[in-house]
Design a protein. Structure first.
Lengths: 137, 328
């Protein structure tokens, strides 16, 4: 369910951007997700579902997963803890609450189809009648 | 229709009614007024919109408009796929709504708290006990989030305090947009305490800022000590940790010190309160913390801390004075 709400926000954001480009169809969506977000693979499924009937329909979702690194206050260095649930420096054992990477939840970029009308007239271009209604699915 | 937003809160219902945007076409309205995208998140935070030229063909244009949602000024460019760099938080829209809520709370001198826990940790029980302890001193309002039922809001209303129930349907957390709408249907007074009970879930609510002053994470002693490291984001996102149901400790093998050690690993500055709503143990310290935080929130209002309350002349304001004097 977490995945569903992330997918919804993601499709919304990607469609906003697509609209700035003559409502072109989105062919690819690239995102960056940190391991601490606990996002499951079902995000792919949710994305496809939510994208239906929008400019993102059929787009490929590419996920770049970012590992956990923390800053050790004792070593004054960025370290990779030995486990996801072990917020301690792997070298000196000091607690390391300062997360450096692992919390990302970013839309990196989108790829847009060559032109608005391309092979999907149902998605229309700017000026057409509503194109994002769920009833189109 | 929702005049402020272009986003969709799915099947969320507020007090049983579809939330205003349920009337919108789902997800994205096809033709929104450009202005409607502007509220919430400020522009000019530099997410470039330049086209990345990853392929060898030569585009000559760069429509380097500095923010996402202005009129596009697109250069016709048929036959080529375009890569658009965005680099924005996926939840940035929510963050925009949260900022708007936060501004509203500040303007009203309200203290808004977001209560998060796993299902059944004792959020509603704590809200009820808190209301009973403070309702004579402070105006209080409640927003209840659950996937289904009005049960929790009804428990709150039984205390005489106004409550709005948001049913999130399939949604597993409240978001800032739902809370904004719920606020519209709550009679909130200046300087009031707003208690927001999130959906019972230790994962998703961590990512969704509602505009609250801070999150209060509740961990009941029946859940095991390791929740803070199993769900580190939630405990890292909270400012206060309530260890609840401590009346049950004698019957359990719950190692409280270990739980606190885990919590401090993910959040070394987390403030801890231990309490039981069943026996009342620990409640005075909890209520005192809220009084202090509510005073700080009211201090921003013209007239300073507690301005509105002192006009009530019901003796409670005087009590508040004494308490303050004692605290100094
Ligand atoms: N012994 C004991 N039981 C408690 C305490 N606080 C709550 N409970 C019980 O725990 C159960 C769940 O309490 P709720 O307050 O409904 O929990 P909640 O977190 O609001 O639950 P959801 O909203 O469904 O996630 C109820 O049966 C309460 O009576 C406590 O301090 N001691
Ligand atoms: Mg509850
Ligand atoms: Zn170290």
């Amino acid at each position: 369910m977490h995945e569903l709400s992330i997918a919804t926000s993601l499709v919304e954001l990607a469609c906003d951007h697509a609209r700035q480009h003559e409502g072109r169809r989105v062919t690819k969506v690239m995102i960056r997700i940190g391991v601490l977000q606990h996002v499951a693979r079902s995000l792919y499924f949710c994305f496809d579902n939510v994208a239906r009937g929008t400019a993102c329909e059929g787009a490929v979702l590419e996920i770049e997963e970012v590992g956990l690194t923390v800053e050790c206050p004792a070593c004054r260095a960025v370290k990779a803890p030995s486990g996801l649930y072990n917020f301690r420096c792997p070298d000196c054992g000091v607690p390391t609450p300062q997360v450096v990477t692992g919390r990302e939840l970013q839309l990196v970029s989108i790829a847009l189809a060559p032109d608005a009308a391309s092979d999907r007239p149902a998605l229309g271009r700017a000026g057409d009648e509503p194109i994002y209604a769920r009833s189109t699915s | 229709m929702c005049g402020i937003c272009g986003c969709d809160a799915g099947e969320a219902r507020i007090d049983g009614n579809p939330s205003p945007e349920a009337a919108h076409p789902p997800l994205i309205r096809s033709r929104t007024t450009p202005a409607s995208h502007d509220h919430g998140h400020g522009h000019g935070h530099g997410h470039g919109h330049d086209h990345i030229h990853g392929h060898s063909h030569d585009h000559h244009h760069r429509d380097g408009h500095g923010h996402a949602l202005q009129s596009p000024g697109i250069v016709p460019d048929t036959g080529r796929e375009h890569l658009v760099a965005i680099e924005r938080g996926i939840l940035s829209k929510n963050d925009g709504f949260a900022a708007a809520n936060r501004a509203r709370f500040a303007e009203q001198g309200m203290l808004a708290l977001n209560f998060v826990s796993s299902p059944g940790a004792g959020k509603t029980s704590l809200l009820v006990a808190t209301i009973e302890g403070l309702k004579k001193e402070l105006p209080i309002a409640v927003i209840e989030g659950d996937q289904e039922t009005e049960n929790d809001a009804e428990r709150i209303r039984a205390t005489g305090v106004p409550a709005v129930q948001i049913n999130t349907g399939r949604g597993c957390h409240l978001d800032a947009h739902m809370v904004g709408h719920a606020l519209d249907s709550l009679p909130v007074e200046r300087g009031s305490l707003l208690l927001i009970e999130n959906v019972g879930n230790l994962v998703c609510p961590a990512s969704f800022d509602l505009g609250e002053a801070h999150k209060v994470a509740i961990l009941s002693v029946t859940e095991g000590e390791d929740k803070p490291i199993k769900y580190p984001d939630m405990f890292a996102a909270a400012r206060v940790l309530v260890i609840s149901k401590i009346d049950l400790l004698p019957y359990l093998r719950f190692d409280l010190e270990r739980a606190l050690d885990y919590a401090r690993r993910v959040n070394p500055t987390i403030e801890v309160v231990r309490l039981s709503t069943e026996t009342g143990e620990g409640m005075p310290a909890w209520l005192e913390m809220l009084r202090r935080q509510a005073r700080a929130a009211r201090a921003g209002l013209p007239g300073g801390a507690g301005a509105g309350r002192e006009e009530r002349g019901d003796g409670l304001a005087a009590m508040d004075h004494r308490r303050r004097a004692a605290a100094i």
